[in-house]
Design a protein around this ligand. Sequence first.
Ligand SMILES: Cc1cc2nc3c(=O)[nH]c(=O)nc-3n(C[C@H](O)[C@H](O)[C@H](O)COP(=O)(O)OP(=O)(O)OC[C@H]3O[C@@H](n4cnc5c(N)ncnc54)[C@H](O)[C@@H]3O)c2cc1C
Length: 254
Amino acid sequence: MSKPLTLLTVTASERLSPGMVRLRFHSDDLSAFAESTFTDRYVKLVFGDPAALDRGERPVMRTYTALDPDTDAGTVAIDFVVHGDSGVAGPWAAAAQPGDTITARGPGGGYAPDRDASWHLLIGDEAALPAIRQALATLPSDAAGHVVIEVESAAHQQDLPVPAEMSLTWLHRSAPDHRDLEAATRRLDWLPGRVHAFVHGEAQVVMHGIRPYLLKERGLPRADVSISGYWRQGRTEETFRQWKAELAAAEGDA
Ligand SMILES: Cc1cc2nc3c(=O)[nH]c(=O)nc-3n(C[C@H](O)[C@H](O)[C@H](O)COP(=O)(O)OP(=O)(O)OC[C@H]3O[C@@H](n4cnc5c(N)ncnc54)[C@H](O)[C@@H]3O)c2cc1C
């Protein structure tokens, strides 16, 4: 069955940091989100003609985490990384005004923190920050674990609802002694018991750096690790899809 389409109207725009804009949306019918309990629930924003989907074609779409959908109020928010003039969604979000509309396809999703895990590992860059925020909001106040987030500089940090017993590490890409997400992940204190991990961000770092560390070196079961690239440096979402297909094919061959 094809995924539902929801027309969203921008109601407000707010700068969360120099590199991120939150758009709030209203919809007369947000019922597509009613059953969605994943904290990484995402939609495909349709920048091309949505009617193309009915013709079996693929219009230009971009993937974003849908935050705090309220089906009664008809409200939902999306936090967009604004990464300069390149691309479709980033520049659109930076310029969006109340009254602008966009069609969202979905939602999909696959992760919510497992309450039975002994501790939680939440790792990502700006693109995953919204999904990490959403996951943190569902954790009990006594949850244990680590959060590691890479942003450009201290000005890009955001307040997050981190439970008191969890550590929060901000990495600054612009810092001279910068350690990237993989290096920072390797330096974390490994806690006892079963860990449930959510690791997303720039694809090369996540899939070729952190994934082998968690799955091979640490031996975590695949089912306890939500891990994927959310974007790829130097690639649009279309050419990144090709990168993912090539990686999957190479691993299938391995
Ligand atoms: C499940 C999922 C959920 C996601 N949730 C979010 C979210 O909530 N918020 C969010 O901002 N992104 C999120 N992303 C990432 C987002 O889909 C990509 O960043 C997307 O490429 C942005 O589209 P664009 O049109 O702005 O740029 P594109 O046209 O895709 O790319 C143009 C250029 O910009 C670069 N670029 C793309 N993204 C970034 C970035 N984040 N930082 C720096 N350079 C970049 C590309 O490498 C390319 O060179 C998510 C991705 C997935 C798969």
